[in-house]
Design a binder for this molecule. Structure first.
Ligand SMILES: *Cc1c(COP(=O)(O)O)cnc(C)c1O
Length: 497
C-alpha cells in the first residue's frame, strides 16, 4: 500500500519511506492511500493471539515487507517477558460492562512502549529497503513518556542515533529518573527551558530547516522521527483495539459484531486516532470518547468546530496530555475534509499563521463518532480515589481523566454499551499524585519517588513493578539543560563528541 501526504496527494510514497522520513517534506503527515476493510476477516481475527493479530494487521499496511519479516519483528517485540503479560495488552474488568485496557506493562510502564518497542525494527528494515546510506538521526520531543520509551527502544540499535528533548521541570519525578539514567552511546537526553509545545516546536523547526538538514547530512545522518506523527508509531497501536475486542468476546462482555465504546486519554491524538482507524476498518466501535485534561483545546474543537491553540497552557498532574497543538489531528482533518489535501493545507496554514482554524458543518459530520470532554486536576484526583474505593482498581492520573470523561458521557447519554477505558500508564509512574489521591496529601510528604512507590504498594497491596525498582540505583547520566533556541547546537555538539 502506498501513502499520501495530508498536504499534497501528488506525493505518493512507500511505507518504508514514511517510516524513515516520519514527516513529508512540505510538512504534511503520511496517511495510507486507503484503509483496508476487515469486516469479512473479523471472525478470523478474534481467534488470534496478540502476535498473530499484529502480524495480520501490520501486513495489511506494509506491502513492502514480507509476511515472514513482519512476523519475525512482531514475535521478537511482543514477548510476555518484555510486556510482563501473555496478552501483551490485557483487559481488566472493573465493573459490569466496564473494562480497562492496560497498555502499560512494557519496559517503561506507559503505552508508548507498544509502538516504540517495534519501531526500531521497522526503521532499521526500512532504511535497508530504501537503500539509505546515511544513519538515521531521530529527534524526539517528549512530554515525558515518549522520551523514555524511545530511549528504551533505540538504545544500542546500530545505524540509529537518538536525542530526546523534554521540558525542564515539566515531567514527573519518575519520568525524569527514567530518562536521566538512560544508558547507551547512541542516545542522548536534553532538558529544554520551556514547556512541551516549545520543545515540540523546536524539534519541528529543526526538521523544517534546510540548512540544518544539510548540516546533519554532511555529518552522515538523515533526520527521522519517533514522535507519534510517524506512521510506524501509529500502525502498531491499531492492533491493541482489535486485541481488546477479542478479549471482550472471550470475557463474554460482548458477542462478535456487537459494538463497544472506547474512552482514550488524549494528548497528541495518536492513540485515539488509531482507534478511529480501527473503526474505519470495520472494528465495531460505536463512540470514540476523547478525554482531555485542563488543556481542553480538543474539546472546543469537537464541540464548536474551531481549533484555537491560542490559549493558556496548563501544567497538570497528567503531564503526558499537556498539549495545545495535537499534531495527529491533521490526519483526522484529512479524513473529515473528504481526503482533501488542499483544504488540509489551508487549515494547517491558518493554524500556523493565526493559531486557529474552523471547519465547516459538512466537514464536521465525521466528528459525530466522537464525544469529547475534559477533566481538571481536582476531578482527576477524586476519580482515582472513587475508582479505588468503589472498584478496588488503581488508576494513574491519565487513565483517570478518561474514566471521568466516560462517566460524563454516561450522564449525558445513558449509553451503557460495554466500554473500554484505555489505560495508558502504570499508577506507579505517577505515584505521588496517585498515592496522595487515595491516602491524602500528607501521605507523600517528605518522601522521595521510590519511597512513595513502596508506600503505594503497601497501601494498596498492588505489585511494585520491577521496572521501578531497577531505577533506584541507576546513576544520573544526563544533566544538560538548554535554551529552546539552542536545541540544534546541542545536537551537533553531541554528534561531534
Ligand atoms: C502519550 C500519552 C498520552 C496521550 O497519547 P496521545 O497518543 O498523544 O494522544 C496519554 N497518556 C499517557 C500516559 C501518555 O504517555
Amino acid at each position: 500500500m502506498n501513502y499520501y501526504s495530508t498536504r499534497d496527494k501528488s506525493l505518493e510514497v512507500s511505507a518504508p519511506y514514511t517510516i524513515v522520513n516520519g514527516i513529508s517534506k512540505e510538512g504534511g503527515l503520511f496517511v495510507p492511500a486507503s484503509l483496508p476493510d476487515i469486516r469479512t476477516k473479523l471472525s478470523v481475527f478474534i481467534n488470534m493471539g496478540y502476535t498473530e493479530l499484529a502480524t495480520e494487521i501490520l501486513s495489511l499496511f506494509l506491502e513492502d515487507f514480507s509476511k515472514q519479516e513482519i512476523e519475525q519483528m512482531v514475535k521478537a517485540t511482543y514477548t510476555s517477558a518484555a510486556f510482563k503479560s501473555s496478552a501483551i495488552t490485557p483487559i481488566k474488568r472493573i465493573a459490569p460492562d466496564l473494562y480497562t485496557l492496560e497498555l502499560f506493562h512494557g519496559p517503561t510502564l506507559a503505552f508508548k512502549d507498544i509502538a516504540l518497542q517495534i519501531l526500531p525494527r521497522l526503521l532499521t528494515e526500512s532504511l535497508k529497503k530504501t537503500k539509505h546510506e546515511k544513519q538515521a538521526l531521530i529527534l524526539v520531543a517528549t512530554s515525558g513518556d515518549t522520551g523514555k520509551a524511545a530511549l528504551e527502544g533505540f538504545a544500542g540499535v546500530a545505524g540509529v542515533k537518538l536525542v530526546t528533548f523534554y521540558p525542564h521541570g515539566g515531567v514527573s519525578d519518575m519520568q525524569y529518573r527514567q530518562m536521566a539514567t538512560q544508558t547507551g552511546d547512541n542516545v542522548d537526553v536534553i532538558a529544554v527551558e520551556g514547556n512541551f509545545d516549545d520543545t515540540q516546536t523546536g524539534v519541528k523547526k529543526i526538521f523544517g530547516n534546510k540548512e540544518q538538514n544539510e548540516k546533519v547530512y554532511e555529518l552522515g545522518y538523515t533526520f527521522s522521527s519517533a514522535n507519534s506523527i510517524n506512521w510506524g508509531r501509529l500502525l502498531p497501536q491499531i492492533v491493541y483495539y482489535f486485541s481488546a475486542y477479542k478479549q471482550m468476546i472471550d470475557a463474554r462482555a460482548i458477542s462478535q459484531g456487537e459494538p463497544i465504546n472506547v474512552a482514550v486519554p488524549t494528548g497528541n491524538f495518536g492513540n485515539i486516532l488509531a482507534a478511529f482507524y480501527a473503526k474505519q476498518m470495520g472494528l465495531p466501535i460505536k463512540k470514540l470518547i476523547c478525554a482531555s485534561n485542563k488543556n481542553d483545546v480538543l474539546v472546543d474543537f469537537f464541540n464548536k468546530h474551531t481549533y484555537n491553540a491560542k490559549r493558556k497552557f496548563y501544567k497538570t498532574i497528567s503531564p503526558s496530555m499537556d498539549i495545545l497543538v495535537s499534531s495527529n489531528l491533521e490526519r483526522l482533518l484529512f479524513e473529515a475534509t473528504g481526503r482533501d489535501d488542499k483544504r488540509t493545507l489551508e487549515l494547517m496554514n491558518q493554524l500556523s499563521s493565526e493559531g486557529k482554524y474552523s471547519i465547516t458543518e459538512k466537514e464536521a459530520e465525521l466528528l459525530s463518532s466522537f464525544y469529547s470532554g475534559y477533566c481538571n486536576d481536582e476531578k482527576t484526583t477524586k476519580t482515582i480515589k472513587n475508582v479505588w474505593k468503589k472498584y478496588g482498581y488503581l488508576m494513574d492520573t491519565h487513565t483517570a481523566v478518561a474514566q471521568y470523561v466516560y462517566e460524563k458521557y454516561i450522564e449525558a447519554t445513558g449509553d451503557y454499551t460495554p466500554a473500554i477505558i484505555v489505560s495508558t500508564a502504570s499508577p506507579y509512574k505517577f505515584g505521588k499524585d496517585v498515592l496522595s489521591a487515595i491516602a491524602g496529601e500528607e501521605s507523600v510528604k517528605d518522601l522521595n519517588e521510590f519511597e512513595i512507590a513502596d508506600k503505594l504498594s503497601q497501601f494498596t497491596g498492588t505489585e511494585l513493578p520491577t521496572q521501578i525498582t531497577k531505577l533506584k540505583d541507576a546513576p544520573i547520566i544526563h544533566k544538560t539543560v538548554c535554551e529552546k533556541e539552542k536545541m540544534f547546537d546541542e545536537v551537533i555538539n553531541w554528534l561531534s563528541k
